[in-house]
Design a protein around this ligand. Structure first.
Ligand SMILES: Nc1ncnc2c1ncn2[C@@H]1O[C@H](COP(=O)(O)OP(=O)(O)O)[C@@H](O)[C@H]1O
Ligand SMILES: [Mg+2]
Length: 253
């Protein structure tokens, strides 16, 4: 559970953005504590992706402010976001299918030997080290990632983010295409990231996933924030009411 004395990793305050006449995000405030998973819920078109793209630097808000570790942040492009240790795991994962896990981990940021050659051994050793921590069951180091399962591919994408110091992870529908066993693998991965103090915004429209994986949930509808709740205070039906009717549940104890 989030400790209210701590400084939030992320505070998005009063964020608005419009496309033409459409208010995609309308005065929305959300926050994220270290080691916390906050679910972003809502129907298609609610504004979830747009809100998170403002944090990842893909869009710039018309209004509102972002604070990272209590300090006002200026995020005008994805490079800025990376500077603040914000990494996004897109649904598509953005992996190079024909390359192995290590090559994907270091894609574009290859380790080189003192003589300037790409150091495959060092990259594989680093990949093994981080996988040992994140997903000890991962063994397919030599295979192209196209030969990996959905959950294993997800592990590679997350390992890449974490290796490069992600403190704030944005995950867009991480379990959408996964079976139960694979969903369990991603769930364990998320527990590990939490234990490391990483904060996660998890976009989902699967209420069971949210109840299972998240500490809090922020629900959006038509660009507006319906509310943010502790998942331990609400039922599946409460969340459904927020999503469908835009109705905030009666305050739980
Ligand atoms: N680049 C864009 N140009 C115009 N409209 C957009 C753009 N991105 C999102 N929108 C609109 O903003 C609203 C919110 O979309 P989105 O953030 O994708 O919702 P969600 O992720 O919750 O499904 C929708 O009405 C969508 O059509
Ligand atoms: Mg979306």
């Amino acid at each position: 559970m989030a400790d209210t004395q701590q400084t939030p990793l992320v505070e998005m305050r009063n964020i608005s953005i419009a496309f033409g006449g459409v208010k995609a995000v309308d005065h929305v405030s959300v926050d994220l504590m270290p080691g916390e998973v906050v679910g972003l819920l809502g129907h298609n078109g609610a504004g979830k992706s747009t809100l998170i793209k403002i944090l990842s630097g893909a869009y710039q808000a018309d209004e509102g402010e972002i604070f990272i570790n209590g300090e006002k942040a200026t995020i005008t492009n994805p490079r800025d976001a990376r500077k603040y240790n914000i990494e996004t795991i897109y649904q598509t994962l953005a992996l190079a299918d024909n390359l192995d896990a290590a090559s994907n981990l270091f894609l574009g940021r290859e380790l080189v030997s003192p003589l300037g050659f790409v150091d495959d051994d060092a990259m594989e050793a680093e990949t093994r080290k981080i996988m040992q921590r994140l997903n000890p069951n991962f063994t397919k180091f030599a295979a192209p990632v196209s030969a990996l399962s959905g959950g294993q591919r997800q592990s590679v994408a997350i390992a890449r983010a974490v290796y490069f110091n992600a403190r704030i992870l944005i995950m867009d529908e991480p379990t959408a295409a996964l079976g139960p066993h694979e969903t369990q693998m991603v769930s364990e991965l998320i527990q590990q990231l939490k234990a490391d103090g990483i904060g996660i915004f998890l976009i989902s429209h699967d209420i069971h996933d949210v109840m299972h994986l998240c500490d809090r949930a922020s629900v959006m509808k038509n660009g507006e924030l319906v509310g943010t709740v502790d998942v331990s205070d609400v039922t599946d039906d409460d969340l459904l009411g927020m999503i469908i009717l835009g109705k905030h549940p009666k305050k739980a104890a």
